[in-house]
Design a protein around this ligand. Structure first.
Ligand SMILES: [Zn+2]
Length: 405
């Protein structure tokens, strides 16, 4: 045995136990937190034939969130999104989107009803701690893209009654409510209808979500809204300049107004990825087929197969866990611990090398502890901040009700 080997072995003997102890304590801290992810696209899987959230699925099956992996990753719950791709802005398009969103809301409620021992629908901020104490996972409902409501804003109350508590106006394209971050300016912010949408969200106690919205929409939402705005899954422009990310000045304005940015883990928004026009064209064609309306099981199966084929033929460059942490640490340094959280876009394009699904979430806690953040900071980042904003939205709604008496 060489001397250097013995030396290395004795150094390892010193270092390893403390490394293991550190990892164990990070896991203990993580397991004790009320952890919420504000953007889970998992409901898109609920209608997949034979798919059950209680089974363990694989990332290769395009699944990143299920009950077993939520338990493994110490994820106590989150906001389950009713996502509708933007389609034609016609009365027919609006109605088809409305129907698809209502059905998706029902599918979320059905999942909770079917697995009531393990999941519960949360309707107010305080429900989260109670449901967590009962050992169940917390299901908040959110709307990503309010295209389904643009034909009739009174539907906002319908969705509020169904359980929606977080709502964003747009997705990849402009719509009748306002401009998307990834489309050309049409309204230069919110449309007049979009301004009414903000007021109605406030009236109903819904938290406004500016992820996917243009910078102008974010500015106008912050100015108009009576309660703080959140970005449910976004990143930092200072780390990577992309329209889906926000600049430091807006990050500071968001924090000053009491809002929160929840950090995304979607590779193309975290790092520069080589242009992949064939993939983009193939995905755009696929998205067009999935627009609006409802799909039959056969149509859905065909689209899934096509998606898998595109993934295999034109793979995407993946960001790493460290890239994700750069956005998270930057946001924390600019906005502060009271204004940052986690919204990793799992089942919606998120997931990085080293954190492929929600089972990897304890790594975030370990990395933040290693960066010097405390357990109290982590409690805010992992859920406290977004629950605070929800409480503000609830309090505003209650103030209107008491003023009316
Ligand atoms: Zn999204």
């Amino acid at each position: 045995m060489s001397r250097s080997f013995l030396l290395a072995a004795s150094i390892l003997a010193l270092v390893l136990p403390s490394a293991i102890a550190q990892a164990q304590s990070a896991q203990t801290v993580h397991d004790g937190l009320l952890t919420l992810d504000t953007h889970l696209d998992t409901p898109a899987n609920f209608a997949r034939p034979g798919w059950d959230i209680m089974d363990r699925h694989k990332v290769s099956d395009r699944s990143q969130v299920d009950y077993p992996r939520m338990v493994e990753g110490g994820l106590k719950g989150g906001f389950f999104a009713i996502y509708t791709p933007q389609g034609p802005r016609t009365p027919e398009g609006d109605r088809a989107a409305r129907d698809a969103a209502l059905i998706r809301a029902m599918e979320i409620r059905e999942m909770v009803a079917k697995h009531g021992d393990h999941f519960e629908l949360a309707l107010k901020a305080d429900d989260a701690a109670r449901i967590n104490a009962e050992g169940k996972r917390i299901v908040f409902m959110s709307i990503e893209n309010s295209y389904p409501l643009e034909g009739d804003l009174s539907l906002m109350e319908t969705f509020q009654k169904l359980g929606v508590r977080l709502i964003g106006p747009v997705h990849f394209k402009d719509n009748d409510l306002g401009d998307s971050a990834t489309d050309k300016p049409e309204w230069h912010g919110l449309s007049p209808l979009g301004q009414r949408f903000v007021a109605e969200a406030n009236r109903l106690g819904l938290v406004l979500d500016a992820s996917h919205a243009s910078d102008d929409v974010l500015d106008q939402m912050m100015a108009l809204s009576k309660t703080p705005v959140i970005l449910s899954h976004s990143g930092c422009k200072a780390v990577f300049d992309n329209p889906r990310n926000i600049d430091d000045a807006r990050l500071r304005a968001l924090a000053a107004s009491g809002g929160v940015i929840q950090i995304n883990s979607l590779s193309a928004y975290l790092i520069p990825t080589p242009k992949n026009p064939e993939r983009d064209a193939a995905m755009a064609a696929l998205m067009k087929k999935a627009e609006g309306g409802q799909l039959t099981a056969e149509q859905r199966g065909a689209l899934e197969a096509e998606f898998a084929a595109i993934e295999a033929k034109y793979p995407q460059t993946k960001a790493t866990f460290d890239d994700f942490m750069q956005h998270l640490l930057h946001a924390l340094s600019v906005a502060g611990v009271d204004h940052v959280g986690i919204g990793a876009d799992m089942d919606g394009g998120g997931g990085v090398t080293g954190m492929e699904d929600v089972s990897g979430y304890p790594k975030i806690t370990a990395a933040l502890l290693a960066a010097g953040y405390t357990r109290d900071d982590l409690a805010k980042i992992w859920g406290g901040n977004v629950l605070r904003v929800m409480k503000q939205a609830e309090a505003y709604r209650a103030s209107l009700a008491s003023a009316a008496h």
